[in-house]
Design a protein around this ligand. Sequence first.
Ligand code: FE2
Ligand code: FE2
Length: 148
Amino acid sequence: MGIGGRLMSVEWNESLFLSHDGMDDDHRQMAALINKLYLSIGESFGKEATCRAAQSLLDFARSHFDHEKKLMERYRYPDTLRHLWLHRELLDELHLLINRLEGSSANITTESIEFIDNWFTTHLRDSDAKLAFFLSTIDHDINPAPAL
Ligand SMILES: [Fe+2]
Ligand SMILES: [Fe+2]
């Protein structure tokens, strides 16, 4: 049984694929962690398991955002500040979700899940797609890309 009668999940498909190996690998893992969180909430695995799933997603998101930040700074990406602000938005929501899970407020959790779902697909298709395109235009013979 899912939230509100449907089990929500991020569908990994070509529209989320950015042709940047490091980012794509991270995003695929992030989608899996989001789906684990959905499953945990949808199937009522309990507060502890759900908090653990949310914490794993938060930890992974933090390290992924740090990788993107390093790439943006290294190549002086012009839209860095806005991009970092958007990352902050998801981290804040995940903190809020963990706090609310600890307080067992199920209806607010559903809102958070919808936010995370929308944030993830919109961010990849818009902001991360622009970043990946920018990185693809860089001459890597002169500026070798750091491993992501
Ligand atoms: Fe990303
Ligand atoms: Fe990003």
